[in-house]
Design a protein around this ligand. Structure first.
Ligand code: HEC
Ligand code: HEC
Length: 299
């Protein structure tokens, strides 16, 4: 705050408090005075007048108390321009203290889980409860409150992993995040090539498609797609390349959705959580997610 504004605020505040004190002194009742026959001089509706009685004393004292309170407050707390107040209170400091207190409480809640392995956490009902709350607060916006995902956001319950389902990989996924990129192939394939490859891709999971298209598509697939999705279409968890044979679709399995993926590509990101949540919470989440996985395994 510039010192000009600071003085402006100080002067306004002091004038206000002093003005109120002066007003109180001016209207204070004379000793012993409680009522008066004087009127304010105003007349309403021809004959209604108002007595000019002094304020009751208790009321006056309330006013005096508020002025005393205001002065004490302005000495102790910052209220006068850039003057800091004798207590040195700031909202930032209060926030930091409350944050530290919360953090301490959180560490206390997390402490019993800090020494357990993911497998132990998975078996521990208390850990599952904490994991469920963490999931609801940090993950459900994208993966759904039941973990079943949405187009583009993987289902975590279905027994299928893009990046692998060992405890270490799941921890790494949550910690560092993942970026899944499928380049667009529309230009390289041309319109007919796209139709052929779509047909072949759909045939990988047992869909009936025109045999001619699929045969042409197979040749293009072996040229352009095997490096990531594998010769049999079973994918590659090291790249996050999905298994194309299992009827589980990240971006949708309708011919239109598959055509979109192949022609225009897809770019998908799981944001890293490690810095935000720390190791213990990541482990609790990994255990919770691994527990979800068992609950709805694919046939
Ligand atoms: C902003 C949205 C978003 C949030 C928030 C988010 N995720 Fe994800 N998550 C994704 C996306 C998108 C992917 C898929 C990445 C890809 O396509 O490879 C993913 C992938 C994953 C995977 C890998 C799934 C697999 O099949 O390999 C796991 C596990 C996971 N998320 C867990 C979590 C957990 C636990 C949290 C909460 C701490 C979380 N995610 C929060 C969007 C999100
Ligand atoms: C450089 C590696 C790479 C190549 C080459 C590649 N893909 Fe992909 N593909 C991926 C990745 C990674 C994803 C997952 C994208 C994501 O996480 O959203 C993917 C996703 C897909 C999907 C969506 C699957 C689903 O579950 O929704 C289809 C379909 C697909 N690819 C087909 C193809 C075809 C057909 C080709 C060849 C023309 C091809 N891909 C070439 C890496 C590749």
């Amino acid at each position: 705050m510039s010192s000009g504004i600071s003085w402006y605020i100080i002067i306004l505040t002091v004038l206000n408090v002093a003005g109120l004190a002066w007003l109180l002194l001016a209207v204070r009742p004379k000793p012993g005075e409680t009522t008066t026959s004087e009127t304010t001089g105003h007349v309403w509706d021809e004959d209604l007048r108002e007595y000019n009685n002094p304020l009751p004393r208790w009321w006056l004292w309330l006013f005096i108390l508020t002025i005393v309170f205001a002065i004490a407050y302005l000495v102790l707390f910052p209220g006068m321009g850039s003057y800091q107040g004798t207590l040195g209170w700031t909202s930032a400091k209060q926030h930091d203290e409350q944050f530290a207190a919360n953090e301490a409480r959180l560490q206390q809640t997390l402490a019993p889980f800090a020494t357990q392995t993911i497998e132990q956490l998975e078996q521990n009902p208390a850990a599952r409860t904490v994991g469920r709350n963490l999931f609801a607060n940090n993950c459900a916006t994208c993966h759904g409150s039941d973990g079943r995902g949405a187009p583009g956001f993987p289902n975590l319950v279905d027994g299928d992993w893009l990046w692998g389902g060992s405890p270490e990989t799941v921890v790494e996924t949550i910690n560092n995040g993942r970026i899944g990129i499928m380049a667009p192939w529309g230009e390289a394939l041309g319109p007919q090539g796209v139709e052929d490859v779509v047909a072949y891709t759909l045939s990988l999971s047992g869909r009936t498609v025109p045999a001619g298209n699929a045969a042409n598509g197979k040749a293009r697939y072996e040229e352009m797609c095997v490096a990531c999705h594998g010769p049999d279409g079973s994918g590659n968890p090291a790249l996050g390349a999905p298994n194309l044979t299992d009827k589980i679709w990240l971006h949708g399995g309708s011919p239109a959705a598959v055509r979109h993926t192949i022609e225009l590509g897809r770019q998908n990101e799981m944001p890293a959580q490690g810095d935000r949540l720390g190791a213990v919470r990541i482990n609790l989440l990994a255990a919770y997610v691994l527990g979800l996985h068992g609950s709805d395994a694919a046939p």
